[in-house]
Design a protein around this ligand. Sequence first.
Ligand SMILES: [Zn+2]
Length: 300
Amino acid sequence: MEQNQNELLDQLNRFTRRSHSLDEVYIFDLILCDNEIDRDGDCFSMQALSELQKRFVGVTGIFDHDPRSGNQTARIFRTGLRRDPERRTKAGQEYCCLTANAYMVRTERNSDLIREIEGGIKKEVSISCACGKRVCSVCGKNHLQQPCTHIKGRVYGGTLCYTTLDDVNDVYEWSFVAVPAQRRAGVTKTLGGQADAETEILRRAYGDALRTVDQLSEAIRRDVVRLCYRWGDNACAKALADSALHMDAAQLLTLRQSLQKGTAPAAGKSILPENPHMPAKNGLSAFSLGSMERSEDAHE
Ligand SMILES: [Zn+2]
């Protein structure tokens, strides 16, 4: 325990407005969550952490995974943000965690639980809260309004894909989870209320479908790159192949179709598709592949 127990007791007694002695209560500290990317590929923004810090004061913890728990509860009476300037998250941010001090009134029934907490057996805490935003790190879309095709954990043009949870609008509870028993110990994020079973199934199906599209896109991308170099290994072919790295499935399909149909560059015909989604900004559409001739010079 970092803080002095008497100092904490002081703070607790101010919080409860009824004086407890150190014999009556068990005071412990915990880490509720942090801004690191978790195993679901999500992380909290700093703003979300500050909001959670405010909202978790007074929130009761539950021990429902433990059949002996009965009506045992613990309550948070103080929260804080602890920054670690030495440590960076996977997203490159300064590490910060939300800490809390909680207390339990000692009873005979919770003596085992207290021993487990003291012994470090109950180590991981899961929290449940509602977030109004899940923002993709690659494209900035809020998944709750507009899903995108980026997959968490993948790197797109040097940017790691993860979602940032923001706009915390409610907190529900926190609980201890026995580490070995819980497959997904850690932070439980509930979006705009408790997710029902159907929502969960749809979310999983959507994730599976995205992964399938991603695998297919990879295969098409390899095709496209191969087709790009079909007429030779030059700067233009390389630029086009590179731009394929940033295309989504629909763009890749269109490009592959064009490349497959594409006649020899001697014909001077642009083989780039007339797709409004194509990244015309790189100026590639002005050239035909394998030749630096302007496509306007081509005769149909
Ligand atoms: Zn995205």
